[in-house]
Design a protein around this ligand. Sequence first.
Ligand code: UDX
Length: 436
Amino acid sequence: MRLSVIGCGYLGAVHAAAMASIGHDVVGIDVDANKIEALSNARAPFFEPGLTEILTEGINAGKLRFTTDIAAAAGAAVHFIGVGTPQQRGGDAADLTFVDAAIDALIPHLQPGDVVAGKSTVPVGTAERLAKRIAPTGATLVWNPEFLREGWAVQDTIEPDRLVAGVPSGPDGLRAADILRDVYHPAVASGTPFIVTDYATAELVKVAANAFLATKISFINAMAEIAEVTGADVTQLADAIGHDVRIGRRFLGAGIGFGGGCLPKDIRAFSARAEELGRGESVAFLREVDAINLRRRERAVQMVVDALDGTLFEKKVAVLGAAFKPHSDDIRDSPALDVAVGLKGLGAHVVVTDPAAIDNAARAYPQLSFARDLDEALAGADAVIVVTEWDAYRRDLDPVRAAALVSNPIVVDGRNCLDAVAWRAAGWTYLGMGRP
Ligand code: UDX
């Protein structure tokens, strides 16, 4: 099928390449000429495992191209909207400027029978409004939220857990759902659940999923706070409750909490939208989820201060990690960098290292010092804090070797990802979050 993908950021670039990899003829469109240039040369503008490979494959096979010209969308059967919906400046609600601009730009190129598939995360009610806007063209809008995780984006796009299509009632809606089933044929044929529903449900599925995940993380971090005053071990607690299949162990990793381009802004936008709808109290707990999450970053800073007898002045702190999570170079709302900034603000000489995110971090935080080499970051450190659980720190860093590099073997494990026994045996003072 011929497809267009409007917006070639995280979501759109991966979607375009993934759709080409399953056999479609795809054009990716974005207003950012630099991004289009990179993608046209099969260079991923961000770090995402597997993306370069499918970009190269698609471009070489003649199935994938990128352009800044929206007119290239004409003739595609399905137009995916994958532009960003960031948090509004000075507010919690989502900024829909890019979604509105994409729809306005696309409208002159739509033909009767075309399907416009919205993938961006939007406040509930947006699809209905946009559907009215495109109605005169004879195209049909479906809302087809995206659940991809950074670092696993290619796999999540090609083999998703589920597919959701919010469609208007009536024959046009059913026809559009069938077209979308054809687009995702390999996944549908292998049994991936395909849920056809209304616009509001489709929009809410996405924000509800992210709200649930954020709540799960903040729940275990709240337990970590209780563990800290009782001597309990939140990691063992998570293991124990996680054995209950109704609860499950995933997303019960206590530490410095969630960040990134989705969970923080999505729970805030959801709260803002619920308030607009007069149902603020229904999701009032999300404000608490956000507050717990932000508190854990401060707690990690305080743990370093306490470990260094109350002052960071002229102390070198090695910060291992900058990305909001491993397998990503994304630093949007990164807890890791918040911790680094907090330490620096208290007078520490902070040296941040990361396997993928240093360039992005250095651009956004010129006040911090960076070392590409892990050993250089560790050299002479008075304390070490692990803030992103990269394998390079969690699995590959030998605590005996690391102890020989620092001047003071104190490690704060902000992700509870290190082997505490091995680190203690190597002479380290090991401090986990919510762990004795
Ligand atoms: C998330 C959702 O998982 C995805 O379905 C949605 O489409 C977009 O938002 P992503 O932002 O890529 O994906 O990150 P995710 O893997 O969910 O992690 C989010 C944050 O939570 C990271 O900062 C991670 O370190 C943190 N986290 C995750 C924890 O603190 N503890 C955990 O147990 C799991």
